[in-house]
Ligand binder design. Sequence first.
Ligand code: NAP
Length: 379
Amino acid sequence: MVQVSFLYPSPSAIPSRLLANRWPGTSSFDSSANTSQEVTMVFFFVVSLVGAYHLALLSFSFARFILSTFLLPGVSLRKYKAVAGKGSPGAGAGAADSSWAIVTGASDGIGAEFAKQLAKKGFNVVLASRTESKLRSLASEIAASSPSVETKVVTIDFATAGAKAEKGWADLKSAAEGLDVGVLVNNVGVSHSMPVPFAETSDAEIDSIVNVNISSLLKVTKLVLPGMQKRRRGLILNLGSFAGQYPTPLLATYSGSKSFLISWSQALGAEQQGLRTGVDVVALNTYFVVSAMSKIRKSSFLVPTPKQYVSSVLGKIGNSGGAGGRPFSATLWPAHAMVDWALANLLPSEGWLLDYSFGQSLSTRKRALRKAERESKAQ
Ligand SMILES: NC(=O)c1ccc[n+]([C@@H]2O[C@H](COP(=O)([O-])OP(=O)(O)OC[C@H]3O[C@@H](n4cnc5c(N)ncnc54)[C@H](OP(=O)(O)O)[C@@H]3O)[C@@H](O)[C@H]2O)c1
């Protein structure tokens, strides 16, 4: 007879009727049948526990997604201003105080919209990008819609490095000098002109992506962060991409640069929180938005206009949306949040997504090559 463990009741303690029910046809205690029965029960018990644990996690994550995407309001941007109340929506459109926002890549798309909407919330705005004429016309637009807001225009090419870049950086530094910068929007970003295998990517394109998406992200932040820390107040919004959250074949350098942005934002955010500097950092996980970069001209449920996108971001600061569980990250356009939540919680394998993305990028590349060929024939 095998030694009966503490897990098992002694056979004599089990009523014979029960024994007969559990092990039909046996009148004596069969220890091997008992062991396998118990192992099966323990197995199902553990599986149920694991299942219940995952179900609880999924329910929690879903509840957090719903609350943060649809129900909870964002924090007021007054939190990042020098003078609380002045320039707030209640103070009337265009009312300004001494607080500034700096927006990189401000002349077009998402950046231009951040500049306009932050000005409407009473922030004076430093507008930085390459094209002075576009920046000046945006500054006039802001002056018309928010008369008491000041703007500064800085022409800078973030893709250049070394001596060629010195003038732009010196101009940006002197524009930001002494300003009370409450909000920094690290918006500027460039991608590949079309999906391309990494081995065929030109050195110029790689340098441009790395300089704009990584080096200038670090340099602009380094320029602004010490002042924010001194004032113990600030918000840094970093324009991330779905391509950084999930690797995108044939856009490998862009995708890697946006992965850098996520990782760096999370580390920076945790530093600021741990050191209690009062500076909030958010990596904005962004899917398609109508813009020159996305080459999408018509908005849809999944693809907002820059105006819709930025309004949803600025109204929801402090929420994670679909990026729950990823600290210092937020996916705030509701349809993007749904996709993000579903991919993070329901996708059986990221390998499937990689294969799918490869197929999508490849067909985009084929279309772009055909278009380029048509255009070259037409010339
Ligand atoms: N649109 C999307 O679907 C999407 C999706 C995910 C993430 N994002 C991210 O969102 C951000 C903004 O994208 P967007 O779609 O609004 O792009 P966009 O419409 O192409 O605008 C890019 C802005 O950056 C400026 N810029 C480009 N290269 C520059 C350089 N070398 N130096 C200085 N400024 C430069 C452009 O102005 P100038 O030409 O005057 O310099 C323009 O103001 C990017 O970081 C992007 O990665 C966009």
